[in-house]
Design a protein around this ligand. Structure first.
Ligand code: AMP
Length: 495
């Protein structure tokens, strides 16, 4: 055990090497370390306001010609601020933590330099990306493939809900890039003694949505992953929101890592219009249907409706079906094949409305999404920021409408306080909204019956039992333990 722990300590630090200064970036940075010596120059904090350089091109960042050509073909004319700052640092061999708003180009900020290095010497699994949700893993794979289209890139997606034997086989073929969710990669490493060796030469570990990956619950998974990776790898963390864990990590990693911040708390982009309707709970569905009926008039191509629970998602799905609305449903009580097909239908424009739980709130990048509806108000402002970040991406406009009932007023105040913005009223005429009330109520009655007959409660019971078992195994069942675990993970990172 002691031996195991000392091994862990050697592998666990996220930030392991002393960074080399890059002339390009040093010229535009501000150093916040008090006792700045040449050796301790590198805890460099950026804010986008004082360091954006709109004249910088991808070529200035030091990327290869093939990468420049690919960016051009993908319509990426100039690097976004997070790319301007992080790409040269990553190319210089540094560990990087990039904090920037949703939709600001974080994926290319790490994928481009990783691919640049990979093209110089491709062997073994060159990069492991860990991301919190399955859908994000597939999206990241698509982005890696697009950015590395001229490299014959071999990319493997390792996520729960898919066949483990074929995933193990895929890993044994040593793809260049592995994109995984924490739970499934842990199980594969644990169960197959040949798999750890696959990562023995890995050069990059990326934690995408790092705040979530470092959050409570993934400690065991991360420990197993870190144990397989060489100590001299580069570690890249990217996130759109800050958490205590990330903050602690920053505090302990001062002088060791580059830290880019285009983040001033829970910010939403200025191109996002944020509105609300205050309504009685009993007519929530009626209002929702009214808003959807106005999508075309408002010039909205597609919309995501966020709900807090899987059962609400499914019930709304049945309601929509009853009202002849073709929608896609995405939540964790569906099989992975169903989830992928739902997302595909939505992305390809076959359906214009996606009903989803927070499983879809992070990272998903679907340019046609012009509207996000919060059918339920999220309990934490951080989740609100991620949800509404599915629209108004990459400088485009977008609209978020929150359906607020009496019990949710406090939550909205908390959100407004955190984002530093007041939501505006979404204008609608009550008589027009209530025109279809009988039709919606009737459809809801049928939907409820179908819901009861469909065996959803049993699925939910089984899932709950599985979840409780897994939490109990991790010792995360009571609050006290959760707090202790949270501290542990940060302490381990400190090691
Ligand atoms: P991300 O924040 O990585 O999810 O990226 C958000 C969107 O911005 C994606 O659709 C990217 O393809 C796009 N994007 C990323 N970098 C650039 C760039 N330099 N110029 C234009 N679009 C970009």
């Amino acid at each position: 055990m002691a031996e195991q722990e000392s091994q862990l300590d050697e592998n666990f630090p996220l930030f392991s090497r002393k960074p080399k200064p890059s002339p390009l970036v040093t010229a535009t940075t501000t150093t916040v370390a008090d006792n700045t010596t040449t050796d301790h120059l590198q805890f460099v904090k950026h804010t986008s306001s004082n360091t954006d350089n709109t004249r910088l091109t991808f070529a200035d960042l030091g990327l290869s010609d093939w990468a420049l050509q690919t960016c051009k073909e993908l319509g990426m004319k100039k690097p976004t601020p997070v790319q301007q700052h992080c790409i040269p640092r990553i190319l210089a061999g540094e560990d990087v933590l990039g904090l920037a708003q949703t939709g600001s180009g974080k994926t290319a900020a790490f994928a481009l330099p990783v691919l640049h290095r990979l093209a110089e010497g491709p062997y073994g699994v060159f990069c492991l990306v860990v991301t919190p949700t399955r859908e994000l893993a597939y999206q990241l794979a698509e982005q890696f493939k697009a950015l590395g289209s001229c490299l014959n890139l071999r990319c493997a997606v390792i996520v729960g809900g898919m066949d483990m034997i074929s995933q193990a086989k895929m890993l044994m073929q040593r793809p260049h890039v592995v994109i995984a969710t924490p739970g499934r990669i842990k199980v594969l490493i644990d169960q197959n003694p040949d798999i750890p060796a696959v990562f023995s030469n890995t050069k990059f570990l990326v934690l995408d949505e790092a705040d979530r990956v470092l959050d409570v619950g993934f400690e065991d998974e991360l420990r197993v992953v870190f144990n397989c990776l060489p100590k001299n790898r580069q570690t890249l963390l990217f996130s759109a929101t800050m958490t205590d864990n990330l903050q602690s990590l920053l505090e302990v990693s001062a002088n060791k890592a580059y830290f880019y911040e285009a983040y001033e708390g829970f910010q939403t982009v200025d191109t996002l219009k944020q509105q609300y309707v205050f309504i009685p709970k009993s007519v929530k569905d009626v209002y929702l249907l009214h808003i959807l009926s106005r999508m075309e008039d408002m010039g909205i191509r597609s919309a995501i409706i966020f709900v807090s629970k899987c059962r609400t998602c499914h019930l709304l799905g049945l309601l929509m079906e009853e009202l002849d609305h073709d929608v896609a449903e995405l939540h964790s009580h569906k099989s992975q094949a169903f989830r992928l097909s739902a997302l595909h239908k939505f992305k390809s424009g076959k359906v214009s409305v996606l009903l989803a739980t927070d499983v879809a709130s992070r990272g998903l990048d679907i340019p046609t999404v012009d509207l996000v509806i919060n059918y339920d108000i999220p309990r934490y402002p951080r989740d609100y920021v991620h949800r509404v970040g599915r629209t108004a991406r990459a400088g485009r406009g977008g609209l978020a409408i929150s359906l607020i009932t009496q019990n949710e007023v406090e939550l909205i105040h908390d959100i407004e306080k955190e984002i530093g913005k007041k939501m505006e009223l979404f204008e609608c005429k009550e008589n027009e909204v209530l025109e279809n009330i009988t039709q919606v109520f009737n459809a809801r009655r049928v939907a409820k019956m179908k819901f009861s007959d469909g065996g959803f409660d049993e699925i939910e019971k089984t899932r709950k039992a599985q979840k409780m078992k897994s939490l109990a195994e991790k010792g995360l069942l009571n609050k006290k333990n959760r707090k202790r675990k949270r501290k542990t993970i940060v302490n381990k990172v400190e090691d």
